[in-house]
Design a protein around this ligand. Structure first.
Ligand SMILES: *Cc1c(COP(=O)(O)O)cnc(C)c1O
Length: 385
């Protein structure tokens, strides 16, 4: 098989999704699966749907169009504030979009009307992250205007936390957001279909003791894909953190001076004298680089230390074992490394477990196949080979 490649185990994506859908379902919260980190990869999107998400969301229209071309018919929301230059593509590809600008909403409305559609609008509210969002004080005025524009339907409001500022949602900010939802419902005289409370950073709040209030949706990417809490970086109990594995190949292995201030021979003017630092290390080059991923976002397998990276090379020190050229080295990635890998044309995307395993009642003698199904569920540590 070729390298570099990113392998995605769809059963782990299905499991993570189902676990979150069930746990949040008990709190009255549905899950929208966010596909932007995998560039709208249709099979990964379908695995989220298998796991029970109510719909999908992506930040880029290109990714939405990719999913539509692959035949995905479910509701897809655009979660980045629409570009005016893309309004026709947005009303064609997306059932809904998250909005903060009245001019963009007017453009979406005329575009939807021209093609006899009704486009759903969710108003994104500023809740402290200071990225996108309508200031809470301006929400009611905008709501009243949006309600009366033909071609669109006001579906609800949304909040977003911890993307730009790392400000985590807490009981107080979520209560305030629920009050805003109630005020918005009073202003428009009907109940909102969607009150979307945030992203993966909301999970500690959503799993906590506090009431979930009016919130009936979370937009989840990182938790489903990587099984971690984006703020602490820690694994969320019950989720796989290794649905994705980046596989790279060794192209050089040599013993080289430890002192990175080469040359070891000082200039001729110094008489060609050999410098005194004689320490040596084993180092290897892996064929992956800054063009392909965020090297800082890779988890180094045990025994490997990152020395540095350039556009096409990752140089590692290997403690004891020598890495043979042609050997494969496996990495887990964080969100930013995954996002760039999925967008890198030279990294092959390999999908594992296309077909969901079916839980069938097994006759007594074939327990081993059940054991096999179980074995695929236990997290495998990052490994060097
Ligand atoms: C990226 C994004 C999400 C998903 O965030 P995760 O941390 O991956 O769950 C949700 N909402 C908006 C607006 C986003 O941009």
């Amino acid at each position: 098989m070729t390298a570099p490649r990113i392998e995605c185990d769809l059963n782990k994506i299905r499991h993570n999704t189902r676990y979150l859908v069930q746990r949040l379902g008990r709190r009255g919260i549905g899950v929208t699966g966010v596909t932007k980190a995998v560039c709208g990869h249709p099979e990964i999107a379908r695995a989220m749907l298998d796991g029970g998400v109510t719909g999908l969301a992506d930040a880029r229209i290109e990714n939405v169009e990719r999913m539509r071309r692959a035949g995905i018919k479910c509701p897809i929301a655009l979660i980045r504030t629409p570009l005016l230059s893309q309004t026709d593509r947005i009303t064609q590809g997306c059932s809904d979009s998250y909005n903060t600008e009245l001019d963009a909403i007017h453009m979406l409305a005329s575009s939807a009307q021209r093609s006899n559609r009704v486009h759903g609008i969710i108003l994104m509210v500023e809740t402290g992250d200071l990225r996108e969002g309508i200031m809470p004080g301006a929400l009611e005025g905008i709501t009243r205007k949006v309600m009366n524009i033909p071609g669109i339907a006001l579906k609800g409001i949304g909040a977003n936390f911890a993307c730009l500022n790392g400000v985590a949602p807490n009981a107080q900010s979520m209560k305030a957001f629920s009050s805003l939802a109630r005020e918005t419902e009073r202003a428009c005289g009907f109940s909102l279909e969607t009150v979307s409370g945030g992203n993966s950073a909301n999970l500690p709040w959503a799993f906590g003791e506090e009431s979930s209030g009016q919130v009936n949706d979370l937009r989840l990417g990182e938790a489903i894909l990587l099984g971690v809490d984006p703020i602490s970086g820690r694994r969320i109990d019950g989720l796989f953190t290794d649905a994705f594995t980046l596989v790279t190949e060794v192209i050089e292995s040599k013993i080289k001076p430890k002192n990175r201030k080469w040359p070891a021979i000082e200039p001729v003017t110094a008489g060609g004298r050999i410098v005194s630092d004689q320490r040596q290390i084993r180092q290897s080059i892996l064929a992956i680089g800054l063009q392909d991923t965020d090297i800082d976002g890779l988890t180094m397998p045990a025994g490997l230390t990152c020395i540095g990276a350039t556009s096409d090379h990752l140089v590692v020190e290997t403690a004891d074992a020598r890495l043979a050229i042609g050997a494969e080295v496996f990495f887990q990635t964080n969100y930013s490394a995954l996002m760039r890998v999925m967008n890198a044309p030279d990294v092959e995307k390999v999908i594992r477990n296309r077909e969901p395993y079916k839980l069938v009642r097994l006759p007594e003698q074939s327990r081993s196949s059940l054991a096999l199904a179980r074995a695929t569920r236990s997290p495998t540590p990052a490994r060097a080979s």
